[in-house]
Design a protein around this ligand. Structure first.
Ligand SMILES: [Fe+2]
Length: 438
């Protein structure tokens, strides 16, 4: 029996539990304290995670720790042996004191943890993993190779800061560095006519590898004072989307080995970009792709714990990871749905009559996407529904998207290519003419 506890105190702080009996639990601090992107002390969710898993700290064999990117926000442990990783690829082993207990600790670098979560989510033997985010680790991007649960090669990409452009543009347009998702949504309404401008300002090349200057250092992408409602803002968002896709495809083409890999995985916050993922899945030679649900920092503790579990047990089970790793409505990790035939029928009648229904069933989603366990649903045939959801229910910008849901078996009848879809809403399916007509 082996029990691993994962900790990440940084941005989107989170805790995870991985055990030999198959328990996989991921809890984000923001869901408990009701503050988006909460960082800092995670003691309350450590106790909740252990109790829910039927464990105590004494029963934990090792703690997988991702060094906090915002140590000033606070963290619950102190090092009493060993040291933190000195480079972005090396996991170090030491000892920590955590909530009054001395525990063996594995310190897993930020982008190794990102890559690990995505690799283990795929449930394959061999995979290539591309990670990119807006900063926080010792690098902002990496490319790695994994085989049978082991990290074989880790290539830091210290000159690639593509994620920083999204955060800086989000700050300029929405006053929020964490609003990259809004910029991705806005991109769908613009024309990519500023790509050359971005190329001139940010594009670099180092040793034949594509690079991108840091927008944090440049200080600006578009400049402040351009509201998100302007055509210039929409076009810059669309251009950044195209620029990101071009750079990312070049990285994968340059470093990827599809002939020797079972899958290509994406990790880091940039992997929440469905259009990018869709291009990677249609324009590269890999046979399988994995863009899992908690690729952002909220999945770091689980990535670190899964890697540590294999290091401790020397055992890799290639089994895809569910996106439903949170708590059930009753606070357990029981996956049973509480729905009865009567409640399903009542929801169907509400939808038919133009109602909006909140769904809460089974274990909560890991990551920011609502995937049907904690979702708001409404009839797709109601023309007012998107504006109503955005303005009245979600209190957000008018352009924010909603997603139609269809049965997987019906995908071919509605979409141009159903392989563009996955259960994590991290790829894009394009509606076919026949699907639109239906
Ligand atoms: Fe990250």
């Amino acid at each position: 029996m082996c029990n691993i506890l994962g900790l990440s105190n940084g941005h989107d702080a989170n805790v995870s539990v991985v055990t030999s009996d198959g328990t996989r639990l991921l809890l984000e601090l923001e869901r408990i304290v009701r503050r988006k992107h909460a960082a800092g002390y995670v003691a309350p969710i450590v106790e909740r995670a252990l109790e829910t898993s039927g464990l105590t700290l004494e029963a934990i064999d090792a703690v997988a720790v991702v060094p906090p990117i915002w140590p000033e926000a606070g963290y619950d442990w102190s090092i009493i042996g060993g040291s933190l990783p000195g480079n972005p690829s090396e996991t170090t082993v030491g000892e920590i004191e955590l909530l009054g207990h001395r525990k063996r600790a594995y310190f897993v670098p930020h982008h190794v943890a990102h890559a690990s979560y995505s690799y283990f989510s795929a449930g394959v033997g061999r995979a290539d993993v591309f990670t990119a985010d807006a900063g926080g680790g010792q690098v902002d991007a990496s490319f790695s190779r994994w085989s049978e649960g082991r990290l074989i090669e880790f290539i830091p990409l210290p000159e690639l800061h593509i994620g920083s452009l999204w955060s800086v543009l989000a700050s300029e347009l929405f006053g929020d560095i964490f609003a990259a998702g809004k910029v991705m949504g806005l991109a769908a309404y613009g024309s990519a006519n500023c790509v050359q401008e971005l190329e001139r300002a940010f594009r670099t090349s180092v040793d034949g590898l594509p690079g991108c200057r840091s927008a944090w250092q440049a200080g600006s992408v578009l400049g402040k004072g351009t509201g998100w409602r302007s055509a210039r803002a929409r076009n810059m968002a669309a251009s950044l989307q195209e620029f990101t896709e071009q750079v990312s495809l070049e990285v994968v083409e340059r470093l990827g080995r599809p002939e020797r890999s079972d899958a290509l995985c994406m990790g880091g916050g940039l992997a929440l970009n469905g259009y990018l993922n869709t291009r990677l899945s249609t324009e590269t030679a890999y046979r399988k792709f994995c863009f899992p649900a908690a690729v952002h920092d909220g999945g770091l503790s689980l990535g670190a714990a899964l890697k540590t579990y294999v290091e401790v047990t020397r055992r890799h089970v290639a089994k895809p990871l569910s996106p439903f790793l949170g708590l059930s409505p009753d606070g357990t990790i029981d996956a049973d749905s509480p729905f009865t035939d009567g409640s399903v029928l009542a929801a169907a009648e509400l939808l038919r009559d133009g109602g909006v229904v909140a769904v809460c069933q089974g274990r909560a989603e890991a990551g920011p996407r609502a995937l049907g366990h904690r979702s708001i649903i409404a009839g797709v045939d109601q023309p007012w529904v998107r504006d109503y959801l955005n303005s009245r229910v979600k209190d957000r910008e008018s352009f924010r998207p909603v997603s139609p849901a269809i049965l997987e078996d019906d995908a071919a009848a509605f979409l141009e290519n159903k392989t563009h879809c996955n259960g994590e809403m991290t790829q894009i399916g394009r509606l076919s003419a026949e699907g639109l007509a239906r």
